[in-house]
Design a protein around this ligand. Structure first.
Ligand SMILES: [Zn+2]
Length: 465
């Protein structure tokens, strides 16, 4: 009997080891600074999860942190701090939302403006919780690419949220130098607090976990808002819909749930988390823990140059080879002989004006040298390079450089194929749909800017166990 039992244990353990880990990142957008009952909800959730030994990530709004401090809720602050703290903007839904003001701005100006508007909130959350937030996520669907460089400069290395603006295979990726958990598709899930779908949610979770585990491991993203457990409508929807901007004296409180109904909601999450915990492949992690299980964004260039050249000749997009993930930007730098470094995508769309089908080597070498100098001076890829008085777009330069076999003769010009653009959404209205945005809001400019930044896009790769 014992032998059989040992065998079963051994088989189970080896089955788990052969398969990959399933990391579950559970996050709460902690944002309602109007209804005080939301404070109780945050406390209750933090306490319940701690009892289950599960660390979640609470992304806190600046004004929410200040309100907790003002209401003397040291208990809530301490309970949340046991978990992990992220940042979720200073005022969340007070207009203008990030995408609304950033839509009008280029990469550099937008990044500076985001910092100007958000640094006070970040400072307050850091001071009140006594920790530096590990991650950021936008309010609603108000995502914008300028936040990438802004967040890096603010010392936040991770983007944790959900949206469909940009993504890679519904798993974590690197974008603009940030580690992203975003656009998780079927791997973003939750048990509904109101629809009667608990059993179906558990089944979906099991299926997703089995799939990821069989693929060698991956991430499931689960999110809630503490306010959902105590109110039946969102605190911001009742005040700031379609860009409305009432003053604090006019703020209305959302409708609240009956006490028993809240209790029912807490139980749903409790049972859902317990269900997930029962799966031996599953491990709950915070945002920063998750990031530590992935290889860093800047891997060394140990990849064969020829593999990169062949890939970049045909298409400019990311490549994973020998567990090393390379963005189109990484590979362009490799082909240019530049040490791995973090760069921004080009600031604007470049157009080729050069019409001949080849260029003499002297001018091509000069264009390469100028590209390297530009990257080193600006930390960004150029939109175009000069061949005499004519220009070559960056993707055409990349394809030409990749297909060039060297030597002394003329260099054949090759047309670029920037496939990385396909990872950015095309619908500027649906992606920005959110009741808080002004009616009919669309932001094609932000998606265009994201397509330029997608030179830096690449899948994140789990570290070897
Ligand atoms: Zn939010």
């Amino acid at each position: 009997m014992i032998r059989v039992l040992l065998l079963v244990v051994f088989l189970t353990v080896s089955a788990v080891q052969a398969r990959g880990p399933v990391y579950v990142v559970l996050w709460f957008d902690t944002e309602d600074y109007i209804e005080p009952l939301s404070d109780e909800a945050a406390l209750r959730l933090a306490t319940d999860l701690r009892q289950l030994g599960v660390k979640a990530t609470f992304k806190v709004v600046g004004q929410k942190a200040r309100v907790l401090e003002k209401r003397g809720r040291k208990d809530v602050i301490a309970a949340l701090r046991w978990h992990e703290i992220g940042y979720h903007t200073d005022f969340h839904s007070v207009p203008p939302a990030p995408a609304v003001y950033l839509r009008m701005m280029d990469g550099v100006t937008g990044s500076e403006e985001f910092i100007r508007r958000e640094q006070a909130g970040l400072k307050d959350v850091s001071r009140i919780f006594g920790v530096k937030p590990s991650c950021y996520g936008q309010p609603g669907s108000s995502w914008a690419p300028q936040t990438n460089s802004a967040l890096r400069r603010m010392g936040i290395p991770m983007y944790l949220d959900e949206g469909s603006h940009v993504g890679v295979g519904h798993q974590p990726f690197w974008f603009g130098g940030l580690f992203y958990v975003f656009d998780m598709g079927l791997y973003v899930m939750r048990a509904s607090l109101d629809a009667d779908d608990f059993e179906a949610s558990c089944r979906r979770f099991d299926e997703a976990a089995a799939e990821l585990s069989a693929k060698g491991g991956g991430v499931i993203s689960i999110y809630y808002h503490p306010c959902e457990f105590v109110t039946t409508e969102f605190w911001d929807g009742v005040n700031f819909s379609h860009g409305a901007d009432p003053g604090p004296a006019e703020w209305k409180r959302p409708r609240v749930r009956a006490k028993e109904d809240s209790e029912r909601c807490y139980q749903i999450l409790n049972r859902y988390v317990k269900h997930a915990l029962a799966n031996p492949a599953v491990r709950f992690v915070t945002g920063s823990q998750l990031m530590s299980f992935y290889q860093p964004g800047l891997a060394g260039h140990k990849v064969d140059r020829k593999v990169v050249a062949d890939h970049m000749t045909a298409r400019q997009t990311f490549l994973v080879v020998d567990k090393t993930s390379l963005s189109a930007a990484d590979m362009l730098l490799l082909l240019l002989g530049v040490e791995p470094r973090l760069v921004e995508g080009p600031a604007s769309e470049g157009k080729t004006t050069y019409t001949a089908d080849s260029v003499d080597r002297r001018r091509f070498d000069k264009a390469k040298a100028e590209t390297v100098a530009f990257v080193k001076a600006h930390g960004r890829l150029p939109a175009t390079v000069w061949l005499g008085s004519d220009m070559l777009s960056l993707e055409d330069l990349a394809a030409t450089l990749a297909s060039d076999a060297g030597g002394t003769g003329a260099v054949a010009i090759k047309k670029g194929n920037p496939e990385f653009r396909d990872n950015v959404a095309k619908d500027p209205e649906k992606t920005y749909g959110w009741v808080i945005h002004p009616k009919g809001f669309r932001a094609p400019e932000l998606l265009d800017l994201a397509r330029l930044q997608a030179w830096t896009l690449k899948p994140a790769v789990l570290r070897s166990p």
